[in-house]
Design a protein around this ligand. Structure first.
Ligand code: HEM
Ligand code: CU
Length: 565
């Protein structure tokens, strides 16, 4: 009898501890990776809208020559807020949000390795965003998302806004670092039985590499902004030429972090597209191993190319050549991926659902950004184009065409899993159409604006040549793009109430998140299936079909006359 009594005790306490919280308290105190994932996704999307509004304000100012809609200093603040928001408060953390929600589900785990640390990551991110935006109430920073010295030193940026930027980098940096350690530990230790490295979903592969790159790159920027802080307030002179320091040291430290950051922003997007294409082409991914290996190679090379952002600073030719060639090399693994994606679609039974369309849009637009990147890696070309609108066009093709389209593909693919409701297909397609046309109208022409010599980060330009027409076209495009984004917001809000019920597996997916209900229960899975291939759900569906099939084997089946398919 005594034995039974003690056996009951842990069960009872477990029930007490697990009693579900309700309302807003449940969100503030949660350590469930799914709730934290939703907090991440919603918060970062709000920052995306903020960054988008900032972009549109700038585009209004640039829509006509000699415009006086914004003052120079407001324009400076807007591009600083916009660039910083989009990178540190939207793309990097929204990918962490997808990772949080889907990583445990895709590897058949019940949560992240360190659930409390996971909650801390989110709250640090929110704190970073709030501290940064509080600077709007005193004096926003104006030194761009790169905060180059000497612009960021006290001589030029006395305002507290610059310090708010430094705290943003510190807080979001710690948030990402803790998140990265959590991702790594979860992937290394918590995979379903049978899920060896060769059966890891490609999105999980890219999250692993994303985590490792964050762990390698973030300490460098954390060190750099700490030096900047002491330069500004404690009398040091690391970046101050007047005190024997060197502003170029900032550029080296910043870009040693900044270029890997570009891949941090794009690799998980590659992973999402690699999950989505095979599902909607009804074919296995072409070259699983090549895609996983290319991810690792890109990450390695990403650590060797930082000075291609510094081609216009004094350097020996051999140094320029080194950074040119290392940058070229990245095109090889990236090309491998693009060919593999196209080969996955090739002769597939392609279903043109919104997640697929965004993925195909991603490939086509990202390709253009990748190609102009190779142009810019040729240092004499960069000497001409550095700091012109050609660079603005390039970076937006990569970040909007690449990261944003992949993120939207992910939203359309996984929204049914998160909410249990389908998004509207027609609205999704309209959203894509406006975004796709919008991005090309906005940014394609900026290549010409740059070739005509218009510098970036200027608030006005004279009415010479084609500048007025080209800039007007670009501004019109940006509003189409904005409208496209709005349609998705409307779609997501509407479907929460009116969406068709999704069921556990609306797309006939390949990976384990589709094995559980939509939305998944607190413990994710009642049973964790054994994984036998890269596409465990296909195996499971096959097994279920076999079990529910009536046993026909002994009866001879007469051949139907005349049928020859
Ligand atoms: C809604 C579409 C967008 C539009 C219309 C837009 C527009 C602009 C404009 C007008 C600038 C200032 C150019 C200059 O004066 O030098 C800019 C800069 C920038 N944008 Fe965007 N943008 C958009 C989306 C994005 C996204 C999604 C990202 C990142 C994921 C991004 C990252 C940046 C960066 C890093 C800069 C450079 C900021 C700096 O010079 O410090 N943008 N964008
Ligand atoms: Cu770079």
């Amino acid at each position: 009898m005594a034995a039974t009594d003690t056996a009951l005790i842990p069960e009872i306490t477990a029930h007490r501890v697990d009693r579900p919280q309700r309302g807003w308290v449940s969100w503030v105190t949660t350590t469930d990776h799914k709730k934290i994932g939703i907090l991440y996704l919603v918060t970062t999307f709000v920052f995306f809208i903020l960054g988008g509004v900032e972009a549109l304000l700038m585009r209004v100012q640039l829509g006509a020559p000699d415009n006086t809609f914004l003052t120079p200093s407001v324009y400076n603040s807007l591009f600083t807020l916009h660039g910083t928001t989009m990178i540190f408060l939207f793309v990097v953390p929204i990918l962490a949000g997808f990772g949080n929600y889907f990583l445990p589900l895709m590897i058949g785990a019940r949560d992240m390795a360190f659930p409390k640390l996971n909650a801390l990551s989110y709250w640090l991110l929110l704190a970073g965003g709030l501290v940064f935006y509080l600077s709007l109430f005193f004096s926003p920073p104006e030194a761009g998302w790169t905060s180059y010295a000497p612009l960021s030193l006290e001589t030029y940026s006395e305002s507290g806004g610059m310090d708010a930027w430094i705290f943003l980098i510190h807080l979001t940096g710690i948030s990402s670092l803790l998140g990265a350690i959590n991702f790594y530990a979860t992937i290394a230790n918590m995979r379903a039985p049978g899920m060896g490295w060769g059966r890891l979903p490609l999105f999980v592969w890219t999250l692993l590499v994303y985590a490792i790159l964050l762990i390698l790159a973030l300490p460098v920027i954390a060190g750099a902004v700490t030096l900047l802080l002491t330069d500004r307030h404690f009398g040091t002179g690391f970046f101050d030429q007047g005190q024997g320091g060197d502003p170029l040291l900032w550029q080296h430290l910043f870009w040693f972090f900044g270029h890997p950051e570009v891949y941090i922003m794009i690799l998980p997007g590659f992973g999402m597209v690699s999950e989505i294409l095979p599902v909607f082409a009804r074919k296995p991914i072409f070259g699983y191993k090549a895609i996983a290996a290319a991810t690792v190679v890109i990450a390695f090379l990403a650590l060797l190319v930082w000075a291609h952002h510094m081609f216009t600073t004094p350097s020996a030719t051999i140094v320029l050549v080194f950074f040119m060639i290392s940058s070229f090399l990245i095109a090889i693994p990236t090309g491998v991926k693009i060919f593999n994606w196209v080969a996955t679609l090739w002769r597939g039974t392609v279903e043109f659902k919104t997640p697929l369309i965004f993925s195909v849009g991603f490939i086509s637009v990202f390709l253009i950004g990748g190609i102009t990147g190779v142009f810019l890696a040729v240092f004499p070309v960069d000497w001409q184009l550095h700091d012109t609108y050609f660079v603005v066009a390039h970076l937006h093709y990569v970040l909007v065409g690449g990261s944003v389209f992949a993120i939207f593909a992910g939203i359309y693919y996984w929204y049914p899993k998160i909410t249990g409701k389908m998004l509207s297909e027609p609205l999704g397609k309209w959203s894509f159409a406006f975004m796709y046309i919008g991005i090309n109208v906005t940014f394609l022409i900026q290549h010409s604006i740059g070739l005509d010599g218009m510098p970036r980060r200027i608030y006005e330009y004279p009415d010479v040549g084609h500048l007025a027409t080209y800039n007007l076209i670009s501004t019109i495009g940006s509003f189409m793009l904005g409208f496209g984004v709005l349609l998705t917001v409307v779609n997501a809000a509407r479907s929460l109430k009116k969406g068709v019920a999704a069921g556990p597996d609306p797309w006939k997916g390949n990976t384990l998140e589709w094995f559980t209900e939509s939305p998944p229960p607190v413990n994710n899975f009642d049973v964790i299936p054994r994984v036998r291939s890269v596409e465990p759900m296909k195996d499971i569906r096959r097994q279920v079909a076999r079990q529910s099939e009536p046993d026909l084997s002994p009866a001879p089946v007469p051949a139907a006359a005349g049928s020859s398919d």
